[in-house]
Design a protein. Structure first.
Lengths: 116, 111
């Protein structure tokens, strides 16, 4: 069964709306979670590393004020896309390692975000 | 040089054949290597992981690792049309423990 739950699966909203995506680890604690973005027919791109109890680490070129990450508990990380615009439309996926950093990452089912 | 490189394909094999997927990485200190399968419109799912040089077999899948050559591969025996997907190679970097993904190889298994 799924070890990482991501919600919602689909979001369609108007330009300017802020959208929150949740990522939960099921039956295990995740001090670190990862957020990826994938555009159609392109590779998975790491956006940021979410750290429980501290600030997220963003990859170069990812706007931290645009993509707000909160990791308030050991089982939940949230990504908020603020004032979303059509160019933010993408497939957003979270993951968490079941164990240490060298362990496999398990992915949520992803969130398909469409901004009109 | 990219941290993880894969041939984007597409790779096409007939049903029942062996599909061979290759990946090279730049970080010589990397110790952990993973293969994920991603169907169109879905998130990646773990197929195999390998930490030691040599071969690791799991059912129809075999992962091969050669750290000296910085090369990791995935063999799929008796390929099935349901194996048609994009296969992502992932490597954990030694210096910061970040996982980096290759661009993926698209595999098509023709009936």
């Amino acid at each position: 069964g799924a070890v990482v739950s991501q919600h919602p699966s689909w979001v369609i909203c108007k330009s300017g709306t802020s959208v929150k995506i949740e990522c939960r680890s099921l039956d295990f604690q995740a001090t670190t979670m990862f957020w990826y973005r994938q555009f159609p027919k392109q590779s998975l791109m790491l956006m940021a590393t979410s750290n429980e109890g501290s600030k997220a680490t963003y990859e170069q070129g990812v706007e931290k004020d645009k993509f707000l990450i909160n990791h308030a508990s050991l089982t939940l990380s949230t990504l908020t896309v603020t004032s979303a615009h059509p160019e933010d439309s993408s497939f957003y996926i979270c993951s968490a390692p079941l164990g240490g950093a060298n362990q496999p990452q398990h992915f949520g089912d992803g969130t398909r975000l469409s901004i009109l | 040089q990219k941290e993880v490189e894969q041939n984007s394909g597409p790779l096409s094999v007939p049903e029942g054949a062996i599909a061979s997927l290759n990946c090279t990485y730049s970080d010589r200190g990397s110790q952990s290597f993973f293969w994920y399968r991603q169907y169109s419109g879905k998130s990646p799912e773990l197929i195999m992981f390998i930490y030691s040089n040599g071969d690791k077999e799991d059912g129809r899948f075999t992962a091969q690792l050669n750290k000296a050559s910085q090369y990791v591969s995935l063999l799929i025996r008796d390929s099935q049309p349901s194996d048609s997907a994009t296969y992502l190679c992932a490597v954990v970097l030694y210096n910061n423990n970040d996982m980096r993904f290759g661009a993926g190889t698209r595999l098509t298994v023709k009936p």
